[in-house]
Design a binder for this molecule. Structure first.
Ligand code: UTP
Length: 289
């Protein structure tokens, strides 16, 4: 089996839950303290040994390309100010991986976005990372899935147990536990009502796929809103070859929602050595009022 060297990061959505902020800039550039969400997503991939990042971008996403490029003017300015340490820090960002950009002309769903990367990925297994889901853990989310992939050589999706009231926000799966927190999956439903849910195991934004997923996405019929759902393609993939699910270790923040984004901001600030003491004092004061 070929090694997983590439990761697809779809960033072409409109991010309507963050309007008006996302009217002119990208949701993935919203910062948690001092790094944009997309930085954490790329780091998640790089920490798993991924060498090439394939962004699927859309309108208004130039800031992402600029972020991972060299900024000559900024470096010149910092050099002039004698801030050599900062130059080194920002240079490291463009050296994180090899970056490739594809375009999704219209946001027709996650499945459609991933299909745009088909030619660049070729016939290799690959990772998919959604920058919305930030996972705080010693071992990166992608690395956790890669360990399962390396044992079974089949597609693996990241899972989280969610409260019954939240199942309608996710793709929900069922399956048989074959080792601690690892499941052989047998069914998938996109955003079910609590009564229709197969379980409380939700798919979150980390995946490893064999290249067969592209054939299955191509067969998916658009849903009510014209979107090509990735969950439908995973279901048909599971009928051709085994698909595994792994309940992820660590703390996940749904930064695609205001609530999750704010919780992540607070937690990341409380973990930041430079600001945590002052920030903790401030939070205590605000909460007491
Ligand atoms: P979301 O479902 O969160 O959609 O997409 P969104 O547009 O980003 O945000 P809301 O729901 O309108 O607030 C999950 C991920 O899939 C990407 C998004 O950029 C996000 O990273 N995506 C979604 C695409 O790249 N293309 C699409 O057509 C849809």
């Amino acid at each position: 089996m070929k090694k997983v060297r590439k990761a697809v990061l779809p960033v072409a959505g409109f991010g309507t839950r963050f309007l008006p902020a996302t009217k002119s800039s990208s949701k993935e550039m919203l910062p948690l303290v001092d790094k944009p969400l997309i930085h954490y997503a790329v780091k998640d991939a790089v920490d798993a040994g991924i060498e090439q990042i394939i962004f699927v971008t859309g309108r208004g996403k130039r800031a992402i390309e600029d972020y991972f490029d060299i900024s000559f003017e900024l470096e010149y300015h910092l050099k002039f100010q004698g801030k050599d340490e900062l130059i080194e820090d920002i240079r490291k960002i463009s050296d994180m991986a090899d970056f490739v950009y594809m375009r999704q002309k219209e946001p027709k769903g996650l499945g459609h976005a991933i299909l745009r990367a088909k030619d660049v990925v070729g016939d290799e297994p690959f990772a998919v990372i959604l920058a919305d889901d930030v996972i705080e853990n010693d071992e990166s989310g992608t690395k956790q899935l890669l360990d399962v992939f390396n044992r079974y050589h089949c597609s693996v999706v990241g899972l989280e147990e969610v409260p019954p009231s939240d199942v309608s926000k996710y793709g929900i799966v069922s399956g048989k536990e074959i080792e601690n927190r690892v499941f052989k999956l047998d069914n998938f439903v996109e955003k079910p009502s609590p009564d229709e849910a197969l379980s409380n195991m939700a798919i979150i934004g980390r995946y490893i796929f064999t290249s067969k997923i592209f054939d299955e996405i191509e067969k998916v019929k658009p849903g009510k809103k014209g979107e090509i759902q990735l969950t439908d393609a995973i279901l048909s993939l599971s009928k051709q070859e085994v698909v595994y699910g792994k309940i992820m270790d660590g703390k996940r923040f749904d930064c695609g929602s205001k609530d999750g984004f704010l919780k992540a901001t607070v937690e990341f600030a409380l973990n930041d050595n430079e600001i945590k003491d002052e920030f903790k004092k401030y939070l205590r004061k605000v909460v007491e009022c």
